[in-house]
Design a protein around this ligand. Structure first.
Ligand SMILES: [Zn+2]
Length: 142
């Protein structure tokens, strides 16, 4: 009886956060996802609306390759949109009747283009955890 009470108290003190896989959405242990400004922002918005579940985002070992692929696609998209946004800025700056108008249109348009990739945003696996996982995999293969 006493022990049960103690256990309840301990559980209340340190609520165990569930680890949820980013790819398969199942509750599993895995490699932690790196915090970045986008994740921070999402967390803040969710917190404000009371949607924060407090789950720890991970990528389970089976889904590491899938997550890497999606992240790679996002990064490629990000790079292309940065180039496109910059090109758009250059074109409008030098092709409109006045420089100010060109700069204005270019900056707004360029910024919108650079924001596009965040519609397909995909977080990154923590560097340390990933290199550790890769080392383990390499060892297994040998
Ligand atoms: Zn998974």
């Amino acid at each position: 009886m006493l022990m049960a009470k103690k256990a309840v108290k301990a559980a209340a003190k340190a609520p165990k956060r569930k680890s949820v896989c980013l790819v398969c959405r199942r509750e599993r242990d895995g490699l932690p996802v790196a915090d970045d400004p986008v994740i921070e922002l999402i967390r803040r918005i969710k917190g404000r609306f009371g949607w924060l579940q407090g789950n720890r985002l991970v990528v389970c070992e089976e889904d590491v390759n899938a997550a890497l692929g999606k992240r790679g696609r996002f990064e490629k998209y990000l790079m292309w949109c940065a180039i496109l946004g910059f090109a758009f800025l250059m074109i409008t700056t030098f092709s409109t009747s006045t420089l100010v108008l060109g700069l204005l249109v270019g900056l707004v348009g360029g910024l919108l283009i650079m924001l596009l990739p965040f519609g397909v945003y995909y977080p990154k696996i923590e560097e340390k955890a990933l290199s550790g996982w890769m080392a383990r995999k390499a060892k297994e293969k040998r």
